[in-house]
Design a protein around this ligand. Structure first.
Ligand code: COA
Ligand code: AMP
Ligand code: ZN
Length: 459
């Protein structure tokens, strides 16, 4: 939005994106979505966290999974004296969530109105259930995040994340509607159509996976359109690791300010930590997510500012609060206060993972999922190799598969059919389409120790 007009005037001359015309519009003075929360002093925040943690533990104690854990830790309702007492509760892991997720519910399943799922370590998805209130709380956090970055009700927001079981699509969708922006549920893929939607509706804000934002520039080039000529002004980028250089490229190419967005399904989805206009780390919404940063080996807290694994406890989730959830994401706290005035601490970019999860085209993939699919096919030998590369900023997943000797024939039609079947089986499990290469028996490299199954050559 091009802002003009006299300084101090409650109005400015701007283009109303929805109407496509220039007119006087109210100057948005409010900087915060919820000032009373966003500027809480550390002591006040801790008080709020403690009260919310007590409520959370009381709720969690109603779940078959957490009840015995809390009892053992002496943290039955009322037993919590300080936030540090939470350290007596064991960590919750992805495997536990996958295997015992339903036992973590604090209310009957009939009270849940939605579920989302993300890849599980052994190929079975981890599922998160939400009550109506959870959806509303989450939407408010996402709205707060987008508002902090500068999105306002007059914006036209195009959501280019995957809808469906991914949280990125519906999470931002509900947040944008809560904020009051006109929301275009474009979903992932279909590049030409994305550009057409941007043109037709004058999108001013987008939610997009960073590598795809750069890949989409090829489609822009083919269409002869310069994205800088569009009214775009904001981009929310997340779901995969990306560098400062990548952010700047996106900003330059699209003529936008791009903000890093972090979240994970287990903690609702997006809206856990988000960048403010200072772009110097992501504020963690600590009124809703209690964060510990621990050494992944010792599981002890790391000194402030050091890299460690993020461990979150929900403070405002009703139906399925998770306590001390090990995310496997590595990051550190940024030092010092933020110039934006928000008191919530800021996280660095996500620096890596402590497990073998891969993120391909914004989709989480565990190598074991590939193995599970391949090993269920009698034609496939015991050796396979996953190679990840980037072509034109698009992630490409090559899966090289050794065919069992008894199935390896010089029959092109048969081999093509086999290749197609493997590709489809992998796509159905992984949600991305790999390029499958069939290779002769005993041709893939063998290693002495643990087999190296994945070679990630992406920058
Ligand atoms: N985001 C959005 N669209 C993408 C994409 C991404 N990260 N990567 C590729 N695409 C586009 C491709 O450009 C292609 O469209 P086009 O041919 O019109 O240009 C289309 O999606 C399909 O591409 P393909 O490479 O054949 O996809 P696939 O079958 O391997 O994967 C996707 C399908 C892209 C839909 C799937 O990977 C996806 O849903 N990604 C987004 C995940 C997401 O939203 N994560 C957020 C988690 S919170
Ligand atoms: P999902 O549960 O499918 O939403 O995936 C969540 C995971 O995606 C996180 O645990 C991170 O590993 C990764 N992720 C999400 N946002 C970001 C981000 N902004 N930067 C890097 N990785 C991210
Ligand atoms: Zn800030």
């Amino acid at each position: 939005m091009a802002e003009g007009g006299p300084k101090g005037s409650p109005f400015f001359l701007g283009t109303c994106r929805r109407a496509g015309e220039t007119k006087l519009m109210p100057r948005e003075k409010k900087l915060y979505w919820d000032k009373s929360i966003e500027t809480l002093k550390p002591g006040e925040l801790e008080k709020l966290q403690l009260a919310r943690l007590r409520d959370t533990l009381a709720r969690a104690a109603r779940s078959p999974f957490y009840a015995p854990r809390l009892k053992e830790a002496g943290l039955a309702p009322g037993g919590l004296n300080s936030l540090a007492d939470l350290g007596r509760v064991p960590f919750t892991t992805k495997d536990e969530l996958r295997a015992q997720g339903l036992k973590m519910l604090t209310l009957p399943l009939t009270e849940m109105v939605r579920l989302h799922a993300s890849s599980g370590t052994t190929g079975q998805a981890t599922v998160i259930y939400y009550t109506r209130k959870d959806i509303a709380t989450w939407a408010d956090l996402v709205a707060r995040s987008m508002y902090m970055a500068g999105m306002r009700p007059h914006d036209v927001f195009q959501n280019m994340m995957g809808y469906g079981l991914f949280t990125g699509g519906l999470g931002f969708h509900y947040g944008a509607e809560r904020l009051g922006a006109l929301t275009i549920p474009a979903g992932a893929g279909n590049s030409a159509r994305q550009i057409q939607l941007m043109q037709q509706f004058g999108s001013t804000a987008v939610h997009i996976i960073p590598s795809y934002a750069l890949y989409l520039l090829n489609t822009f080039a083919q269409s002869g359109l310069d994205p800088r000529e569009l009214p775009l002004r904001l981009a929310f980028i997340g779901a995969e690791p990306h560098s400062e250089d990548m952010r700047r490229r996106i900003e330059d190419a699209y003529g936008v300010k791009a903000y890093n967005s972090y979240g994970l399904s287990e903690m609702n989805g997006p809206g856990v930590a988000f960048e403010c206009p200072e772009q110097s780390g992501m504020h963690v919404w600590e009124d809703s997510y209690l964060l510990e940063v621990v050494n992944p080996q010792t599981l002890e807290p790391v000194p402030p500012g050091e890299l460690g694994e993020l461990v979150f406890t929900n403070l405002t989730r009703e139906g399925m609060p998770l306590l001390r959830y090990r995310t496997r994401d590595l990051a550190s706290f940024e030092a010092g206060p933020c110039a934006c005035g928000r008191s919530f601490r800021r996280l660095s970019r996500i620096q890596g993972r402590t497990d073998d999860m891969l993120i391909v085209k914004g989709v989480n993939i565990f190598p074991l999922q590939v193995e599970k699919v391949l090993m269920a096919m009698p034609e496939v030998g015991s050796q396979y190799l996953v190679e990840l590369t980037r072509e034109n900023f698009n992630d490409v997943m090559h899966v090289k598969v050794e065919v069992q000797p008894e199935f390896f024939r010089e029959d092109l039609k048969y081999l093509k059919q086999l290749q197609k079947r493997i590709t489809e089986a992998l796509k159905s499990e992984l949600l991305v389409t790999p390029r499958v290469d069939l290779v002769e028996p005993n041709t893939l490299p063998r290693s002495e120790g643990k087999a190296q199954r994945v070679v990630d050559q992406r920058p």
